[in-house]
Design a protein around this ligand. Structure first.
Ligand SMILES: Nc1nc2c(ncn2[C@@H]2O[C@H](COP(=O)(O)OP(=O)(O)OP(=O)(O)O)[C@@H](O)[C@H]2O)c(=O)[nH]1
Length: 537
């Protein structure tokens, strides 16, 4: 939330110094969990000593943690204050009595659909962005000749993004409606940035898909090659069940009811086929730039035919998914950074708890690897809290561990319940609308939370028919649109001298839903998505 507080001020100071160094900072009111990867992900095999030393220096400079400045934090940490079962019970009670339920929202859509403008304007209308900040943003964007980007300015806060007028990373901030507390993830629309979007969407409960109603623009985004379809498929594949489609720039089409309905009619069958239940898909006409139908629905031209809710009304009523508190903790790391304030000194990691609970003083294992760390501080919405639970996006500050042992894509879990590692596993996948069928051995990239590793389809086990014809064993190819059971093997990166395939922490979806979702990409295009069914090796 964009509220000045002691915690917010310290994060702001960190931002400035981080920006000066060209790092990816955590900013006031939002964090930027997309820092360059600190070391090769998923690798359990240490490289040889020489490359390890130079790799270490590189890793540290990427993190802004030059060797002489790295201080492993070994000062005493308070002991855990509660037994696990007590903590779960306490959180369950708190959740039941909570006034505002927490929901993570990812904003996706074709490039220039107006995602940042929409969120910037909505935050302003909800009172999360002050008039002063709004004016500063307007001035800033006018200076670089991009006054139309004024509203987006608040979200696209990094220098690079400001210069290019394009969102290049996932930004998180917070806002509240009457009954919900949202963590907002603003995802980039550019094709090149889809891996960042995947990382953001894998942390979301709900997606807002922004489409541009302008003539030709909706079509450009929705036809093959546009990101509207791909983003919808991706968010569904990553477990998002509820979708709001913001039909934006209604001013450009003169508030046309026909245009709004045509867009709805084109998208509904596709979204339903993608797995969004019709009652979980809401279309809302908006004009982000002028702030029409975001928090305020009194535009006469629109109200001449539209009787539905505003975007904020829809957001306020979204369903809150049940949180798997009783499963073991699974916290995939989406960023590693250095805390720079008294509250948050030491090494910090950010991410979302897929399952379980965590508390200050708890010792956790970092998988892959043999290292453990103790949770010194938990930070949530810029506030220090004693514990966190499934579904929450939090920063953890860790003691007793050297930062080189923490990688994006690693998972923190309890010592007594480690997440399994896999190099080969079976999965049920849905093949997307691809130009060429998939065959065994095809080189692919596997995405699992923030991990992104080379992989291949080592076996095509069966094509699962949705009709009555049963399944076909050992198919030679997988055509677009099919459901299939496959074996996936991770491969050593081609540029790597190691011949050993990487390992990544994952779990079958029937054990832990969020830990069992995967995406497969090839040549910059998402070719399939699915769930892990079993781990083979
Ligand atoms: N006419 C009109 N223009 C709008 C509206 N909303 C956004 N725009 C313009 O559309 C352009 C793109 O807006 P952004 O908010 O940067 O779009 P985005 O989807 O965040 O773009 P990326 O970050 O590049 O993915 C800007 O020039 C905005 O001013 C609207 O409601 N009406």
């Amino acid at each position: 939330m964009i509220v000045p507080s002691a915690a917010a001020k310290t994060t702001k100071a960190k931002t400035d110094s981080a920006q000066a160094k060209g790092q990816n900072p955590t900013v006031k009111g939002k964090s930027k969990p997309g820092t360059p990867k600190p070391k090769s992900e998923g690798s359990q095999t240490p490289p040889n000593a020489a490359s390890k030393a130079s790799g270490l220096a590189q890793d540290l400079s990427m993190l802004g943690l030059e060797e002489d400045r790295v201080k492993r934090d070994d000062s005493p940490v308070p002991a855990m204050s509660m037994k696990q079962a007590e903590l779960i019970e306490k959180i369950q009670k708190e959740e039941a009595s909570q006034e505002k339920k927490g929901v993570s929202l990812v904003v996706v859509g074709h490039v220039d659909a107006g995602k940042s403008t929409l969120m910037g304007r909505m935050l302003y209308e909800l009172g999360e962005l002050s008039e002063k900040e709004k004016i500063a943003n307007e001035r800033g964007s006018q200076k670089v000749g991009k006054s139309s980007f004024a509203m987006a300015w608040g979200l696209d806060a990094l220098g690079d993004e400001r210069d290019r007028g394009v969102t290049i990373d996932i930004a998180t901030s917070h806002f509240d409606t009457a009954n919900r507390a949202f963590t907002l993830l603003d995802a980039p629309g550019h094709q090149d940035f889809i891996p960042n979007m995947i990382s953001g969407a894998s942390q979301a409960d709900l997606a807002l898909l922004v489409v541009d109603a302008s003539p030709g623009e909706f079509e450009a985004g929705f036809d093959r090659g546009g990101q509207t379809r791909e983003h919808a498929l991706l968010v569904r594949a990553l477990g998002v069940r509820e979708l709001i489609v913001g039909v934006n720039k209604m001013d450009v089409v003169d508030w046309s009811q026909d245009r709004f309905e045509d867009i709805q009619d084109s998208m509904r069958p596709f979204l339903q086929a993608a797995g969004f239940a019709p009652e979980k898909t809401t279309f809302v006409p908006v004009a982000a730039m002028a702030g029409v139908n975001l928090a305020n629905g009194d535009n006469a031209r629109l109200r001449a035919w539209y009787t539905g809710p505003t975007l904020v009304d829809v957001l306020d009523k979204v369903e809150v998914p049940a949180r798997p508190l009783e499963l073991p903790l699974r916290y995939p790391i989406s960023n590693v950074f250095k805390g720079q304030s008294a509250v948050s000194a030491g090494v910090g990691v950010s991410g979302r708890l897929c399952s379980g609970v965590v508390q200050v003083g708890e010792r956790l294992r970092v998988v892959p690897g043999d290292e453990t760390a103790v949770v010194r501080t938990i930070e949530r919405d810029e506030e220090t809290v004693p514990y966190a639970s499934a579904g929450q996006n939090v920063n953890l500050y860790l003691a007793g561990i050297d930062p080189i042992h923490l990688s994006i894509g690693s998972v923190l879990c309890p010592l007594s319940d480690l997440v399994p590692l896999a190099t080969r596993f079976t999965a049920q996948i849905l093949v997307f609308d691809i130009a060429f069928p998939l065959i065994a051995g095809v080189p692919l990239e596997l995405f699992h939370h923030s991990n992104n590793v080379p992989a291949t389809l080592s076996k095509l086990i069966s094509v699962i028919s949705k009709g009555t014809t049963g399944s076909k064993q050992n198919p030679r190819v997988l055509q677009k649109g099919v459901h299939a059971e496959v074996e996936i093997s991770l491969r050593a990166p081609t540029q790597s001298t190691s011949t050993r395939a990487p390992v990544i922490p994952l779990e079958p979806a029937h054990v832990n839903k969020e830990m069992g979702r995967i995406l497969l990409r090839r040549g910059g295009e998402t070719v399939a998505a699915g769930v892990v069914t079993s781990i083979s090796a």
